[in-house]
Design a protein around this ligand. Structure first.
Ligand SMILES: Cc1cc2nc3c(=O)[nH]c(=O)nc-3n(C[C@H](O)[C@H](O)[C@H](O)COP(=O)(O)O)c2cc1C
Length: 179
């Protein structure tokens, strides 16, 4: 990869931050499709692609229903799109690896959101209310498992990436053996 492209990739990787406040500007369908495309190309064990997506947009009563099912309801309510990320049970082959694949898929989408100039956040708390969420979405728990909801939109505040990495533990602390 050409050096300037490498720099751009790292800008996206290191510059992404969770965005929890959005303007009322809608998210275009082309952008939504590109975000889902990024998720679709995540790696998965045996390439089984166990993820499934359900997109909820403003005007859909299910947005308010989901807002009522998480303590992060203010973020869900304010979002210009919600991507509900599910695992499809009949496609799963290994509990742990399928969950890891879902994480890779979600991160791919968060990076795509950031690269497109949008902002988003991984809402994990909502899976504590998985049963209620699946019921509200008319998704049978025999077929689906709730992994996360990604709330997204145009960021309310232009945000500055913390280029010094201060929001993360130093690498030395993460290395169980010095490099
Ligand atoms: C598994 C998981 C669950 C998360 N759940 C929530 C959540 O429920 N609500 C929320 O506001 N942020 C949630 N986050 C976002 C984290 O708080 C955030 O990624 C972390 O604080 C690092 O900040 P950054 O994303 O801005 O780098 C979650 C992130 C992950 C990976």
């Amino acid at each position: 990869m050409a050096a300037e492209h490498v720099e751009k990739v790292f800008d996206v990787l290191l510059g992404r931050r969770s965005v929890r406040k959005f303007t009322d500007q809608p998210v275009g369908m082309d952008d939504l499709r590109r975000i889902l495309e990024a998720g679709r190309w995540a790696p998965s064990g045996l390439n089984n692609q166990p993820w499934r997506f359900l997109v909820v947009r403003p005007g859909d009563a299910r947005q308010e229903t989901m807002a009522g099912l998480t303590k992060y309801g203010h973020i869900v309510r304010n979002a210009q799109a919600l991507v509900v990320v599910l695992l499809h049970k009949p496609t799963m082959y290994h509990e742990g690896k399928d969950h890891q694949a879902a994480g890779a898929c979600i991160q791919n989408m968060l990076l795509a959101i950031h690269a497109l100039g949008l902002g988003g956040v991984w809402i994990g708390e909502i899976i504590n209310q998985e049963k209620d969420v699946l019921e509200a979405l008319h998704l049978g728990s025999e077929n689906f498992r709730l992994m996360a909801v990604i709330a997204l939109g145009h960021p309310l505040h232009p945000f500055e990436a913390r280029a010094d990495g201060s929001a993360r533990r130093p690498l030395e602390e993460l290395l169980v053996e010095a490099l």
